[in-house]
Design a protein around this ligand. Structure first.
Ligand code: NDP
Length: 251
């Protein structure tokens, strides 16, 4: 390990089995943090854990479904019990099930709202007392440019990210004077598995076409913004980072 800015710190990353979560777990580990990695696909977590360990990092795998509050509580508890503390929570688990509101799939809506909103809230609710008690720590919530500008065909995704923004800002005001920092990360297009899960075939094709039309961000670019955030001195709170591909003119 070259850097060790985060040595002695413990980070819990949700949605760590792919994309932004996986890259963030790798980057935080490379910066010296012990990382607890949570998601549902155990095989992918196993692969990531091996990579991190081979690079000299310390890792705890967590079978985590953020939509189940007991699972979220248990992930936080195991992190504290097995890695000794918790300093950083990265809420990266999420779904972007694009499609129009008119005749849209309410099942997609439920999955998105439960994962992107309630899931993020459950994990945060379970972790925040530990951070407040120690008087330090970071909660990094992955929102999106879709949390700032609504578009046709992404109304419920927009709504879920708007909810993340409101929840994060309210929480920030509750805990910042207690030493706990809350950060909203708002990426534009990032090359991950996010598009693959869209169930509306037309929306999926349109989104993939849009991503293919530009040099997208890589998950590592977003991870670097997160490492920047959590390595600031204690008195500096980076509240919000909007990060788009240079090639992305529209929301
Ligand atoms: P990926 O699809 O690559 O990653 C999503 C992650 O979320 C996976 O690890 C998945 O793991 C996890 N996840 C989904 N549902 C659950 C659940 N119920 N419990 C636990 N984990 C879950 O996409 P990204 O990395 O791109 O997405 C990460 C976040 O970034 C999302 O919130 C997304 O909205 C946001 N974002 C992404 C952008 C992009 O262009 N890619 C742009 C702006 C924001 P598993 O299925 O194994 O549980």
């Amino acid at each position: 390990m070259g850097e060790s800015q985060l040595s002695g710190k413990v980070a819990l990353v949700t949605g760590a089995s792919s994309g932004i979560g996986a890259a963030t777990a790798r980057a935080l580990a490379a910066a010296g943090a012990a990382v607890a990695i949570g998601a549902r696909r155990a095989d992918r977590l196993q692969e990531l854990a091996e990579q991190i360990e081979q690079a000299g990092g310390r890792v705890l795998r967590l079978d985590l479904d953020v939509t189940d509050e007991r699972s979220a509580v248990s992930a936080v508890q195991r992190t504290v019990d097995e890695l000794g503390r918790i300093d950083v929570v990265v809420n990266a688990a999420g779904l972007m099930l694009l499609g129009p509101i008119v005749d849209g799939s309410t099942e997609d809506w439920r999955r998105m709202m439960t994962t992107n909103v309630l899931g993020l809230m459950y994990v945060t609710h379970a972790a925040i007392p530990h951070l407040v008690e120690q008087g330090s720590g970071d909660v990094i919530n992955i929102s999106s440019v879709a949390g700032r500008t609504a578009k046709p065909g992404s109304g419920v995704y927009n709504a879920s990210k708007w909810a993340v923004n409101a929840f994060s800002e309210s929480l920030r005001q509750e805990v910042t004077a207690k030493g706990v920092r809350i950060t909203l990360i708002e990426p534009g297009a990032v090359d991950t598995e996010l598009n693959d899960r869209i169930t509306d075939e037309e929306a999926k094709a349109a989104s993939k076409k849009s991503y293919d039309s530009m040099r997208t961000l890589h998950a590592e670019d977003v991870a670097a913004a997160i490492v920047y955030t959590v390595t600031q001195p204690d008195h500096v709170a980076v509240n919000e980072i909007l990060i788009r591909p240079t090639d992305q003119p529209t929301p």
